[in-house]
Design a protein around this ligand. Structure first.
Ligand SMILES: [Zn+2]
Length: 94
């Protein structure tokens, strides 16, 4: 019926209001972005807080992953440093 029904608030189900529409060129094609808000200000605030929490959680997970990767890399680095010394010890035993 009307195109607003496509953008329903995930929280209260009300039709969301378009506040901003812009186009961006991604590679060779133009992509239209639409920023919508819930007509209920209190609801919109909660939705935004949820998004912020999700973003923070995702960033925390990504940070942990990066730290784990870094830790793995430093272990590998330590291994390569230790290897020559082990070889030396082995040659001493022989
Ligand atoms: Zn809402």
């Amino acid at each position: 019926m009307n195109k607003a029904t496509k953008n329903l608030c995930p929280r209260c189900g009300k039709a969301r209001i378009e506040v901003k529409k812009w186009r961006e060129k991604i590679g060779e094609s133009w992509v239209t972005y639409t920023n919508t808000v819930c007509p209920d200000k209190a609801c919109q605030k909660i939705v935004e807080e949820k998004i912020a929490t999700h973003t923070a959680e995702r960033q925390a997970i990504e940070k942990k992953r990066a730290e784990a990767k870094q830790a793995r890399q430093s272990i590998n680095l330590r291994r390569t440093i230790h290897r020559p010394r082990m070889d030396m010890e082995l040659s001493l035993v022989h």
